[in-house]
Design a protein around this ligand. Structure first.
Ligand SMILES: [Zn+2]
Ligand SMILES: [Zn+2]
Length: 506
């Protein structure tokens, strides 16, 4: 077809290939015939498969191919994903959730989880690849392919399927339960982390692949869980969120892995909006949702007068809002409702409410919401002025990035963290999918500097409170954050004491 000019058909067929195969073809590393031969012989559909095929020298042994083709594939792999469109974490989670539910509902499916960058909680996700081990894969693949949200099936074989959901590619793997641990580990990565584990195995004379851990005698030991694999390598389980390939394996070897914060450590949520500013729900709906999440306390923190939000809390509104909260405190005695606000930091560093109003709030959060306009030095000056203000307890979404689309401020964050420590200002890990700010790497630098964090939902609707808190916890986990680093893992008295201490200049 290509030679006869039927290239449109070829193009559209190529466009329908599983993404990584398409990128490989478009990288010019292989011809379509070679790509087809590799896929037919090895069943590869992803970059992870290709990497494994290269490592195990499987490509050169395929009829008609040779070591040269294998070398070209190997060379193309590192940049293969440079141009892969990435999906923000929130959207990837939304796409994966119904499919995971479908998988978990099939009898015989042991468990089902995301893998790859989604499981590692990366802010942008490359592939959405799910795994659901089962002895008999056919009914699992059938069920997966019947999900109503699928727009197209790209690939189906005995133990895997690749589909399009809302123009994003989702893959499902159904390995035999006996090898599910090694498959999950290899798919979850990161590639650097996995390479470190393989090196560790090699040092002991073993080979780690998706199919199992093979000893020097050639006997392969299947592993049904990741914990088995880590244990065999002499390591404690390393949580997926910190499998960045930096120093986690080293820390695991020395027994110094952090006890990462978990959703169950969160006692309350200190940042959310109601209809008094740009939230969708009334305060009472937010209160009820926080009670349902089992929180001991919560803070309503609407935007101040001149914030860029579509609707703001006015100075006049503060007393009426206080009255509404007082009534709700009587009605819902099982949760402490803090009356707070998220006050904008004005261009000159002053705050968007006068002090006599700010002093009426139980807690004050301060933030910048501007998209651009000020040079880094001016932004830093405004931040420092806000942090020095005794009434400001928390600095929210410090980089003010927007996911996707806008990078955060280009600031000297180590200096900012130091000022936060010196002024006893708490820094936020904001779980709103459009913020995810601080992200993992910055959160890690913040706690290294000695800063105290708050993990918040910054939620604008009651039904998203739990989900957005979960994203915040994920970001914090990626930053090696432990419960002791986070104010809202502490009882309310400790929260109030921290606020009071800064206000009193202690
Ligand atoms: Zn904000
Ligand atoms: Zn907010």
């Amino acid at each position: 077809m290509y030679e006869a000019g039927g290239w449109v058909l070829v193009e559209s067929t190529v466009a329908d290939l599983p993404a990584d195969l398409r990128w490989l073809y478009e990288s010019d590393a292989v011809t379509l015939e070679q790509l087809a031969a590799i896929h037919r012989a090895l069943g590869v559909t992803s970059a992870a498969d290709l990497a494994e095929a290269v490592r195990e020298h499987h490509i050169r042994s395929i009829d008609g191919l040779d070591a040269e083709v294998e070398r070209r594939v190997s060379e193309a792999l590192p940049s293969l994903r440079a141009h892969v469109p990435r999906v923000p974490l929130g959207r990837a989670t939304t796409l994966a959730a119904p499919m995971l539910e479908t998988l978990r509902a099939v009898p015989g499916v042991v468990w089902a989880e995301a893998t790859g960058s989604l499981r590692r909680g990366q802010d942008f996700v490359g592939d959405i690849e799910l795994i659901g081990p089962a002895a008999d894969p056919a009914p699992v693949i059938d069920a997966a392919l019947q999900s109503p949200q699928i727009s197209q099936v790209l690939h189906r074989s005995a133990r895997r399927a690749t589909v399009l959901v809302a123009r994003s590619q989702v893959s499902v793997r159904v390995p035999a339960p006996a090898i599910a641990g090694t498959v999950q580990l290899s798919l979850t990565g990161s590639p650097v982390h996995y390479a470190a584990l393989r090196a560790l195995a090699r040092a002991r004379g073993w080979t780690l692949t998706a199919a199992g851990l093979t000893g020097p005698d050639g006997a392969s030991q299947p592993m049904s869980t990741e914990a088995h694999v880590y244990r065999a390598l002499g390591l404690p389980f390393i949580p997926p969120e910190i499998r960045h390939g930096e120093d986690e394996v080293e820390a695991a070897l020395h027994g110094s892995l952090p006890r990462l914060i978990a959703a169950s450590d969160i006692r309350g949520d200190l940042h959310m909006h109601s209809t008094w500013s740009d939230g969708r729900d009334a305060i009472e709906a937010m209160v009820e949702a926080c009670r349902a999440l089992g929180y001991e306390y919560m803070a309503i923190t609407d935007h101040s007068e001149h914030s860029a939000a579509v609707r703001n809390l006015t100075a006049d509104g503060v007393q009426r809002q206080a009255d509404e909260i007082a009534a709700l405190r009587e009605k819902h005695a099982d949760i402490a409702i803090l009356h707070g606000c998220e006050v904008d930091i004005l261009p000159d560093g002053r705050l968007d409410f006068p002090d006599h109003i700010l002093a009426r709030f139980d807690i004050v959060l301060a933030s910048l919401h501007e998209r651009a306009g000020h040079a880094p030095e001016q932004l830093m000056t405004r931040y420092i002025a806000a942090m020095k203000h005794p009434l400001v307890s928390i600095l929210t979404h410090p980089t003010n990035r927007l996911v996707p689309g806008r990078r955060g401020y280009d600031l000297d964050y180590d200096y900012l963290f130091q000022v936060a420590v010196d002024t006893k200002t708490i820094l936020e890990v904001d779980g709103a999918p459009s913020h995810l700010d601080l992200d993992g790497p910055l959160a890690r630098r913040a706690i290294a500097a000695g800063a105290l964090l708050a993990v918040d939902s910054d939620c604008h609707r009651a039904d998203m409170l739990g989900r957005q808190m979960a994203f915040g916890v994920t970001m914090a986990r990626r930053g090696w954050v432990e419960p002791k680093h986070v104010i809202n893992t502490r009882p309310l008295d400790a929260v109030r004491a921290a606020i009071a201490a800064k206000r009193a200049g202690r």
